[in-house]
Design a binder for this molecule. Structure first.
Ligand code: S3P
Length: 185
């Protein structure tokens, strides 16, 4: 079964990447790792790439250089991904979808959830405090919700595929993604 899934996934994607977009805390990294497990592709995370490039945490980058500087790093990362990364699963930060070449990096999958669904997911996790603390744009939940409302339509516009993730396990979500990739063939 696992072998079949791997073959299906590989034949579907060929040299393309799978790019996961969506709001902070929706589970892009977790789903990327589950997809990697099911497909035996590699998963990479844009925020991890940025942290390694800068040798600093995202929170520190925001504090020391501000959001605009961080967005430039996202563009730099997007250019590198487009040129150098193939056949991989890419999880992105919640604002990464704004880069101009997003759709050139790979098939864009939007992980969709309500704001409350996202908050519940964060709050019910073991390290909820840590998850909130590392996200500069979620420090004020009222502002976070405003940002969410502004972005939902933009995520939809950029997406090739929309997957609703609310109340689903990473395993279920990964399977749904693989099935919808098959349907596109
Ligand atoms: C951001 C989301 C974060 C991180 C940064 C900015 C955003 O990633 O890139 O704090 O603008 O939505 P996650 O989506 O993994 O929280």
């Amino acid at each position: 079964m696992q072998e079949k899934r791997v073959r299906e996934m590989r034949s579907q994607i060929v040299a393309k990447n799978i790019v996961l977009i969506g709001f902070m805390g929706v589970g892009k990294g977790t789903v990327a790792r589950e997809l990697a497990k099911q497909s035996q592709m590699f998963a990479i995370d844009c925020d991890d790439l940025i942290e390694s490039l800068e040798n600093r945490k995202i929170k520190t980058i925001f504090e020391e250089n501000g959001e605009e500087y961080f967005r430039e790093l996202e563009k730099k990362t997007a250019n590198w991904l487009e040129k150098s990364v193939k056949n991989s699963i890419v999880s992105t930060g919640g604002g990464f979808f704004k880069v101009k070449n997003l759709n050139k990096i790979g098939v864009v999958i939007y992980l969709e959830s309500s704001f409350d669904g996202i908050l519940n997911r964060i709050k019910s996790s073991e390290n909820a405090q840590k998850k909130l603390a590392k996200r500069p744009l979620l420090q004020d939940l009222k502002k976070g919700k405003t940002l969410f409302n502004k972005r939902v339509f933009e995520y939809e516009k950029k997406a090739d595929i929309v997957i609703n993730v609310e109340n689903k396990s990473p395993n279920e979500i990964a399977k749904e993604i693989i099935d919808s990739l098959k349907e596109r063939r």
